[in-house]
Design a protein around this ligand. Structure first.
Ligand code: F6P
Ligand code: MN
Length: 323
C-alpha cells in the first residue's frame, strides 16, 4: 500500500504544501491517540468555556485546537490560521504562502458516547499583499482551496484528502505510524435512497425542505417512487464519510428555531472543505440556491445551509428550492 508522499508527489503537489499536509496529519495522529485513550487520559468531558458560536467547549476541542495550532504555525509556511475554536485569526509567518482553516474536533458532543468524531481542515493560498493579522485574507470562496481533508477518529482512523485531483481515502496504520492509501478514487454514486438530516428540526425548516423530506418519507407510494432509508451520526465528519463510502444525501438546512442562528454549519471550517471532498468524488454540494464553493465569505465564522452528496439527489432537492 502507498504512503501519502509519493501519491501527492505524483499529483504534482508543491513540496511546501506536502509538508504542511503531513504536519497537519502528524497532529491528527496525536489527537487520534488521545481520543483512543478516552477517560484513561482524562480528556473527556466539558470545559467551563464557550466558543464564539456560544457552544460549550469540550476538553478535546481545546486539546485538538492547541495541538493543531502549534504544529501548523511552527511549519513557517503558514501566514495565518483560522479555527472554529478561536475568536480571531492567529497570525503566523508574514512570508508564509498558505492559510489554514480547521474544525479541530467536529461532532465533539459524540465524545460523551464514544462515537464518531473527526478533524476537518482546508488550505488556501495566502495573498501576498496583506498583513498576517488581516482576517480579510481568509474571505476566499471554496473554489480557491488548494487542499481539504478530514481525519475520522473511528474504529479505524481514516483520512479523506483532496488536492483537486480526486478524493482519496487513507487508513492510519498504527504499526507503521502513517496513513496508507486504501481507496484510490472515492466515487459517490449518482443515485441514492438514503438521507441524513436532523428530523427533530422538521417543523422549523423552510417550506422547500419540508416538502422535499415529506416526499422522501412517502417512499414508493410518493412522488419520488422509492423507499428511502435514514441515518444521522450527529457529526458531519461521520455523515460525510458515509456519503463518500456509499452515497446518500446529507443536509443541515436553514431553520427558524433560533432567529440568531438560522444556519448551523460553518462555511470555512466545515462546509467548504467537505464540499471540495464531495465534488472531487463526483458528488454535489449546495445551499439549495447556490453552489457552496462559489460563496464569497464575508466573515470567517459565517454559517451556511448545507445539502451535499449523491449528485442526482442533491439536484432533486435543489429543484424543490427553485419551485
Ligand atoms: O459541528 C456541528 C455539528 O456537530 C456537526 O458535526 C453535525 O452534523 C451537527 O452539528 C449535529 O447537529 P445536531 O446536534 O443538530 O444533531
Ligand atoms: Mn464541527
Amino acid at each position: 500500500m502507498r504512503r501519502i508522499s509519493p501519491v501527492l508527489q505524483q499529483d504534482g503537489v508543491d513540496s511546501n504544501l506536502l509538508s504542511l499536509i503531513k504536519t497537519i496529519l502528524a497532529a491528527c495522529r496525536e489527537i487520534a491517540f488521545r481520543v483512543s485513550q478516552g477517560e484513561l487520559a482524562g480528556v473527556l468531558g466539558s470545559t467551563l468555556g464557550e466558543n464564539i458560536q456560544g457552544e460549550t467547549q469540550k476538553k478535546l476541542d481545546i486539546i485538538a485546537n492547541e495541538l493543531l495550532k502549534e504544529v501548523i504555525l511552527e511549519t513557517g509556511v503558514v501566514k495565518a490560521i483560522s479555527s472554529e475554536e478561536e475568536d480571531t485569526i492567529v497570525a503566523g509567518n508574514p512570508k508564509g504562502k498558505y492559510l489554514v482553516t480547521f474544525d479541530p474536533l467536529d461532532g465533539s458532543s459524540n465524545t460523551d458516547i464514544n462515537s464518531l468524531i473527526g478533524t476537518i481542515f482546508s488550505i488556501l493560498p495566502a495573498p501576498e499583499d496583506k498583513a498576517a493579522d488581516d482576517a480579510s485574507m481568509f474571505l476566499q470562496p471554496g473554489t480557491a482551496q488548494l487542499a481539504a481533508g478530514y481525519v475520522l477518529y473511528g474504529p479505524s482512523t481514516m483520512l479523506a484528502l483532496t488536492t483537486g485531483k480526486g478524493t482519496r481515502l487513507y487508513t492510519l496504520d498504527k504499526t507503521y505510524g502513517g496513513f496508507l492509501l486504501t481507496e484510490e478514487l472515492a466515487t459517490i454514486p449518482k443515485y441514492t435512497a438514503e438521507f441524513a438530516i436532523n428530523m427533530s428540526n422538521q417543523r422549523y425548516w423552510q417550506p422547500a425542505m419540508q416538502t422535499y423530506i415529506a416526499d422522501l418519507l412517502q417512499g414508493k407510494e410518493g412522488p419520488r417512487g422509492k423507499n428511502y432509508n435514514m441515518r444521522w451520526i450527529a457529526a458531519m465528519v461521520g455523515d460525510v464519510h458515509r456519503v463518500l463510502c456509499r452515497g446518500g444525501i446529507f443536509a443541515y438546512p436553514r431553520d427558524n428555531k433560533d432567529a440568531s442562528k438560522p444556519d448551523k454549519l460553518r462555511l470555512m471550517y466545515e462546509a467548504n472543505p467537505m464540499s471540495f471532498l464531495v465534488e472531487q468524488a463526483g458528488g454535489a454540494s449546495s445551499t439549495g440556491y447556490e453552489r457552496i464553493m462559489d460563496i464569497v465569505p464575508v466573515d470567517i465564522h459565517q454559517r451556511v445551509s448545507v445539502i451535499l452528496g449523491s449528485k442526482h439527489e442533491v439536484e432533486s432537492c435543489i429543484a424543490y428550492h427553485q419551485r
